[in-house]
Design a protein around this ligand. Structure first.
Ligand code: CA
Length: 411
């Protein structure tokens, strides 16, 4: 497939991708996709004959989120994506001089990408065996690093949706209560251990009613697409507050997402087998087929002066619990899902020290600081540092990516 739009080599936004996002230009929101460095305005596409015959409500792309579009269901959203893809090919519907200088095409540098969905509820899993083992080794009994439930269910907690922000939003270092080692009472002040968590989040595309469950066989019908997700964490606050109810203020000050939702159809060629699950899981968590995805992931720390260091390289394929199992487990008690809900994977750590998904693990609780090219070192994230996450799939000449998931920590 060749587009008439020039696509830079190694662009995340090839003709095979066609992700969905929302951009803001002078206060005006519109749904869009991206090809190379060009934003394609879908509201403008509605003014042409491109979507004729499809049951698209008027103004569906002229909104600040794409929840209503996603809610139309996969038969329609998949067809919309196919039509856009075909129209962008050489000789396609949009390969026409009348559209050349129209507001249908916008330079990506000239617009601001915003949060593309209204997220009603957000859940964070803990589904990487390597990550769960590492935290167990650091904080609990090394002989029993995994807690007894971990191999039997995808552990999770309910997070906070209001503080999820798009890539590029500055992250203020949180204040909070911590208990210094050896102290007899807690202190209050800025967290000294701000960390990232490299995750992927999936967007719910189809609602369920209270009381309904989703089987692993049908789970994919309910998953619209994926984004990169940075679950910012304040380790010192977390350590003091989390017992016995789990994460709270150490987590809810901010989470960053990449602004493009890559639909599951684009990820289809990159399915891979998941790890063997031993012991065998309960019947409602058993599944058929390849449910993991080969998505390369990286994290860079970029200092205020622009000095960059790659700190982690890993892959989404390592996840022990897959998205279908997470969704089956989340709804097995009848908890309902709504369009736009976000379910995050949990920190994605690979088998080696350079593939861990948090500073906590990379620097092993601060005992092995990471070296930066300017001679400084990091145990956690400093003020002025930008954490930049990227994700991409590559196979047989096809490459698709997620765009950046960036956030700068400020004081
Ligand atoms: Ca997390």
């Amino acid at each position: 497939m060749i587009s008439f739009i020039n696509i830079p080599e190694n662009s995340d936004f090839s003709i095979h991708n066609i992700p969905f996002g929302v951009y803001n230009q002078d206060g005006n929101h519109a749904a869009c996709t991206r090809l190379g460095d060009i934003i394609v305005d879908l509201h403008q596409c509605m003014q042409t004959q491109l979507f004729d015959g499809l049951a698209l409500p008027k103004g569906i792309f002229h909104k600040s989120t794409i929840n209503d579009f996603i809610g139309l269901g996969k038969p329609i959203t998949t067809e919309v994506r196919k039509r856009i893809q075909k129209a962008l090919l050489v000789g396609g519907f949009l390969d026409n001089d009348i559209f050349k200088d129209s507001p249908l095409f916008v330079n990506a540098e000239k617009v601001k990408m915003v949060l593309p969905i209204h997220i009603g509820d957000y859940t964070d899993f803990f589904s990487s065996k390597e990550h769960a083992t590492n935290t167990g080794l650091m904080f609990r009994d090394p002989a029993n690093a995994l807690l007894p439930n971990w191999l039997h269910l995808p552990v999770a907690y309910h997070g906070r949706a209001s503080s999820i922000v798009p890539s590029g939003t500055p992250i203020r270092r949180p204040n909070g209560q911590t208990m210094p080692d050896g102290a007899d009472k807690p202190i209050f002040g800025p967290s000294k251990q701000v960390d990232f968590e490299l995750e992927m989040g999936f967007v719910i595309g189809k609602e369920t009613n209270l009381g309904e469950t989703i089987s692993t066989d049908h789970a994919e019908d309910y998953i619209f697409g994926l984004m990169l997700f940075n679950d910012w964490s304040a380790r010192d606050i977390q350590k003091w507050e989390y017992i016995p109810l789990g994460p709270f203020l150490a987590k809810n000050f901010a989470s960053t997402i990449s602004p493009w939702i890559v639909p599951m159809e684009a990820l289809e060629p990159f399915r891979v087998e998941g790890p063997t699950q031993d012991p065998e899981v309960l019947p409602y968590l058993q599944y058929q087929g390849n449910k993991n995805y080969d998505i390369h992931l990286s994290v860079d720390i970029i200092t205020q002066q622009g000095i960059s260091q790659r700190i982690s390289t890993t892959n989404f394929k390592y996840m022990y619990w897959n998205m279908c199992q997470q969704l089956a487990h989340h709804t097995v008690n009848g908890c309902n899902m709504r369009v736009g809900d976000l379910l995050a994977s949990g920190t994605i750590s690979g088998p080696t020290a350079d593939s861990y998904g948090s500073m906590l693990e990379i620097c092993w609780k601060g005992t092995k600081p990471a070296q930066m090219p300017d001679g400084t070192e990091r145990k956690f994230i400093h003020d002025g540092d930008t954490v930049s996450m990227h994700g991409w799939c590559e196979k047989e000449g096809i490459r698709i990516g997620f765009g950046a998931c960036d956030g700068q920590v400020i004081s």
